[in-house]
Ligand binder design. Structure first.
Ligand code: NAD
Ligand code: ZN
Length: 345
């Protein structure tokens, strides 16, 4: 099979490998579509984080949709022919969190395509307990986007939710943009988005942001205050990992507001904890991955009902052989969600 291999050097190598065989509890999948995520860009660049974490050679990539073609011994929950996507966080099943229904925060969490073989390949093997069965008519290129979309759904829905609330979304990368769709579908009364990229702001407006702010030109805090009669936003949903976005977001929150943080800062962040959190009685939530499988049920209802349309987020749809073009575009900020098709030559 053809596979995109990560070696201990920048870039990636398209190569021929033997298709893997499903072990106990695993399914062999024909990968029909896979999407590129920020994590894959870290591996492609082979930056310090990737060098410290990944043990090459490794087939990388994790966002996927495909079809079950064979089952290993004792594999249950899916059948040959099923269309599936994957929860890409592998949990141990034995720690306190796994045993109390919170496998998304497993103490021994491993990620497909980072700590275990990935899916940028014609065939891949995954534990059936990580598979999510899709409707047969869900397009492959949409089905693969459910995993990052789940990050957005979890971030928007965790805590008291956004129905009838004013929401500030900082960072309009793919996940922040998806959060605009979720917030709109969940009935947010006002959606304000921020990003320094004019192209991403334009897309944010198209997807339903009432106000789209460039933090280099607009005062985000003042704009939010003006738009909320001086009260501030009810919820901050942070998708940039940028320190100043986080701090402005906290300052733009109303007293008693909610801050759900998904964006990952590159280094330590200093907060004015007294003024920005404690005296305002703000609730801060760290958001990681998706709730397994609660979030996937919410994702399915939003996507299949048509309340959310993910198609405008797809920036590229190409055979996997054109991976270099896609990764270069993504590295230059010219992509939103690229989708690769491993079966097309
Ligand atoms: P991305 O890098 O494409 O998006 C980040 C966006 O933030 C970019 O569009 C960038 O222009 C914007 N930005 C930068 N500075 C800003 C500022 N001052 N104000 C507003 N926006 C600013 O990433 P993505 O794939 O959309 O992911 C979003 C974040 O979530 C990343 O930090 C990623 O590492 C993180 N992430 C976390 C999890 C998790 O489980 N916690 C999962 C996936 C991704
Ligand atoms: Zn565990």
């Amino acid at each position: 099979m053809r596979a995109l291999l990560k070696k201990a050097e920048p870039g990636a190598t398209l190569t021929e490998l033997n298709a893997p065989e499903p072990g106990p509890g695993e399914a062999l999948l024909r990968v029909m579509a896979c999407s590129v995520c920020g994590t894959d860009l870290h591996l492609y660049r082979w930056d310090a984080w990737a060098r410290g974490r990944v043990h090459p050679p490794l087939v990388f990539g994790h966002e996927m949709s495909g079809q079950v073609v064979a089952l290993g011994p004792g594999a249950e929950g899916v059948k040959v022919g099923d269309h599936v996507s994957a929860e890409t966080h592998l949990s141990c099943g034995h720690c306190l969190q796994c045993r109390t229904g919170r496998r998304h925060i497993c103490q021994k969490l491993r990620i497909v395509g980072v700590d275990a073989p990935g899916i940028f390949s014609e065939y891949a093997v995954l534990p059936t307990e990580n598979l999510w069965v899709n409707d047969q008519n869900l397009p492959w290129e949409i089905a693969t986007l459910q995993e990052p979309f789940g990050n957005a759904v979890y971030t928007v829905m965790d805590g008291p939710g956004v129905s009838g609330k004013t929401v500030l979304i900082t960072g309009c990368g793919p996940i922040g943009l998806m959060a605009i769709l979720v917030a709109r579908a969940c009935g947010a009364s006002l959606i304000i988005a921020s990003d320094p990229s004019p192209r991403r702001l334009e897309l944010a407006r198209r997807l339903g942001a009432d106000l789209a702010l460039d933090p280099r030109e607009d005062s985000v805090v003042k704009s939010v205050m003006d738009a909320t009669r001086g009260d501030g936003a009810d919820a901050l949903l942070e998708f940039s990992g940028n320190t100043s976005a986080l701090r402005q977001g906290l300052q733009a929150l109303t007293y008693g507001g909610q801050a759900n943080l998904l964006g990952i800062p590159e280094s330590r962040v200093e907060l004015d904890l007294a003024q920005e959190v404690i005296f305002k009685a703000v609730t801060l939530r760290g958001i990681t991955g998706r709730r397994v499988f609660e979030t996937w049920y919410q994702v399915r209802e939003l996507v299949v009902s048509g309340r959310v349309d993910l198609r405008p987020l797809i920036s590229h749809q190409v055979p996997i052989g054109r991976y270099q073009e896609v990764f270069e575009a993504a590295l230059h900020g010219e992509a939103i969600k690229p989708v690769l098709f491993p079966q097309e030559r």
